[in-house]
Design a protein around this ligand. Sequence first.
Ligand code: ZN
Length: 84
Amino acid sequence: MSRRKDRERFLQLKQLNPEYKGFRGGEAGGVGADTPLETVTCSKCGRRRNVAVGIALEQGESYICLSCREEQGEIVPADEAPEP
Ligand SMILES: [Zn+2]
């Protein structure tokens, strides 16, 4: 017989969290909310980045994040990148 209480609790939580459904995609960095993302580790700085699945599949373990590319001032082809 606790169903009604559960429902009240649910509604309370929902009121406390009006943005609950809204924050998805906020951390993607300009990628559309519908773009599927994959976590890839940058082969240069070792940080994990969320990139579009297509890029993850294409570059895989040789992925270099945008920050590193900007530091280099150019985009180094994957087969010329130094091994860590
Ligand atoms: Zn990097």
